[in-house]
Design a protein around this ligand. Sequence first.
Ligand code: ARG
Length: 367
Amino acid sequence: MINAINLNSKLEIQAEAFIRFYYEETKKSAQQYKERLSEVAAEIRETGTYTHTKQELTFGAKVAWRNSAKCIGRLFWDSLEVFDERSAKTEEEIAAALLRHIEHATNGGRIRPTLTAFAPQKPEGSDIRIWNHQLIRYAGYRTPDGVVGDPASVELTEAIQRLGWTGQGTKYDVLPLVVQIGSRKPKWFPIPGEAVMEVKFEHPDIEELAGLGLQWYAVPILSDMALNVGGVRYTAAPFNGWYMGTEIGARNLADADRYDELPAIADLLDLDRSTNTTLWKDRALLELNSAVIHSFKTNGVSIVDHHTAAEQFMRFMKREQEQGRDVNARWSWLIPPMSPAATPVWHRNDLTEREIDPDYAPQERPY
Ligand code: ARG
C-alpha cells in the first residue's frame, strides 16, 4: 500500500497528465511518449522533481496563457516567445535576464509577447522570487497630503526603501527590480532609463490635455505570478503581452484609489462636477481613453482598444471550440471596464472557470 502511494505521488500524476497532454496535442508518437514518461518518473523518484525539456516548457507557458481565465488577449497565445533562463544562479544573473526580457519585449514599441522562465521550485526550497508586481511599475509614496505616484505600489515601495533604495519622489518613478533567492537578503537593481519605454498622453483634438502631464509605461510585464506546468511551479516567470487601452485609461489613471485623474480631466473639459447627472466621469473617461490609444499609436507602441480585443476574444473562443477545447473564462474579468455591454463578451452568460494546469497563479507576497 505504502509503495503504491509512493509510486503515484501527486507530482507523478500531474507530470504524467501533462506529458500525455503535450505528446497528444503536438502529435508525437506513442513510443516517444512512453520513453519520456519513464524518464520523468525515474527523475521524480530520484530527485523529488523533474526537469522540463525546452519544448515542454515553451508549450506549458503557451498553454498556461491559453488557459488564463482572466485574459481577453488570448487569441495570440501561440505567438508567446519563451526564454529559458533556468541556469541563472545569482541575483545579478537573474536581473540581467530581466533586463534582456524588457528589451526583447519592448522591441522599440512593436511589443512581443514574451516569458522568461527561471529555475522552478525544488523540493529542498530556495525559491526564486521577483518582488515587483510588474517589472516596470511606478513607485507610490505616502505623504501628509496623500500618495504621490501609484497608490497600488505603496507597500512594495516602502519595502524596497527599507532595503536602502531611495526614489526621486515624482509621480512616475520606476521602481528598481528586486530579486530574492530563498531566504537570502533580496537585492535591488535600478532599471536604466533608456530601457523603459514610456508614452506621454495627448488628445487627438483637445490640446490642453497634454498639459496634465499624464503618462504610462509601454509594456505590462507581470512578475509576481507563478507558472504551474505539470506539477512544477515556476515561482519566477515574468510574462507580458501589450496593453488594452482601458487598463490604463479606465483603471490605472482613473480609479479613485489609483491615480484618480478623472476630476482633473473633467475640470479641463469644463464639466459640472457638482452632480452625477452631467455624467462628467463618463465624459472624462472617454476623452482620457481616446488620449491613451491615440498617444500609444502616434508613438508606434502596440496597444489594442477594448472593442477590437473583445472581437479577438470571440475569435479565440470560436477557434478553441473548433479544436474541441473548453475555454476557461471568468466573465467579470473579461468584460472591459468601459462600455462593457457594447462588446460581445458582455452577452455571454455561459462562461465558466475551472482549476487547470498549466496555468498562471497568484502567489503570496514575499515582502
Ligand atoms: N492591468 C495591468 C496593468 O494595468 C496589466 C495586466 C496585464 N495586461 C496585459 N495587457 N497583458 O498594468
